[in-house]
Design a protein around this ligand. Structure first.
Ligand SMILES: [Zn+2]
Length: 268
């Protein structure tokens, strides 16, 4: 009897994971990986990154912030023309679990409008923060949520060698790698410098292009089975309130009203 209950629990867990689990990588025997770049487009970094990718015949996926895309529509077009995929990363980067459902859906729709006609129905929530309700909102609006399996902590001030070693030690067939061609929010000004990330991508592609194909997320998904994780997390309001960025003060959150947005003072 106990055995049967255990089996039923495992089956239930598997069914729930296959429905509510979030894609973090792809199971494939093919030597393919996906580079993803969040928070752009950036007028300085993104065009240079496109040159680096083209030089190595690599394709990538850009999860863009609507506010930045609306300010730099020419770069959005350039990214699409380069054969890369563009996904949704919200209008101005709030933590989805800390805002209301109505605000979340408005964020996703406003970003989609800024990315049109190039945006595809894939979403990466800001800060990779997600709760059950934001997960359901994504499904409701027809988006597939894409998280990642490899990071290089490029939102801090690591040098190119450190980030490259970190990726090299973790990369596998089907990996989805998180990087940033811009930082919409950051803790210290020095973290915003994208030169180490650019140098790292150039060196990484130089070293690994013979071993892996660098493809977009949709292309990776067409070549394997998505691997999902039970991915529910949220940053603490105090941490988020301490961040700054190029588009003004941004969102401010408080605990007093149950973790809902208290005030949006985002400039621009
Ligand atoms: Zn982001």
């Amino acid at each position: 009897m106990l055995y049967l209950i255990k089996q039923a629990c495992t089956a239930l867990k598997f069914a729930a994971l296959s429905r509510a689990g979030t894609i973090t990588s792809v199971s494939t025997s093919r030597p393919m990986v996906a580079l993803t770049f969040d928070d752009g487009p950036d007028p300085l970094c993104t065009p240079r990154l496109l040159d680096v990718l083209q030089e190595h015949n690599a394709k990538a996926t850009f999860f863009m912030v609507g506010q930045a895309a609306a300010r730099h529509p020419g770069i959005v077009e350039q990214v699409a023309d380069g054969g890369h995929v563009i996904g949704n990363h919200s209008w101005d980067h709030p933590s989805f679990p800390l805002i209301t459902g109505r605000e979340r859906r408005a964020q996703i729709r406003a970003c989609a409008k800024a990315l049109a006609p190039y945006g595809q129905p894939i979403l990466r929530p800001p800060y990779a923060d997600q709760n059950l309700w934001s997960r359901l909102d994504a499904v409701w609006l027809g988006y597939q949520v894409i998280m990642y399996s490899v990071t290089a902590d490029d939102w801090l001030d690591h040098d190119a060698d450190w980030m490259k070693s970190r990726i090299m030690s973790r990369i596998r067939n089907g990996s989805i790698i998180l990087l940033h061609d811009s930082l919409f929010r950051y803790g210290e000004d020095r973290y915003a410098d994208r030169a180490p990330m650019l140098n790292m991508v150039d060196a990484l592609l130089r070293e690994l292009s013979g071993r892996f194909s660098f493809v977009t997320v949709p292309e990776l998904l067409r070549n394997g089975r998505p691997l999902r994780k039970w991915w529910f997390k949220k940053c603490v309001p105090e941490f988020l309130n301490g961040l700054k960025g190029p588009y003004g003060e941004g969102w401010r959150y408080s605990k007093a009203d149950g973790g809902k947005k208290s005030e949006n003072r985002c400039a621009g």
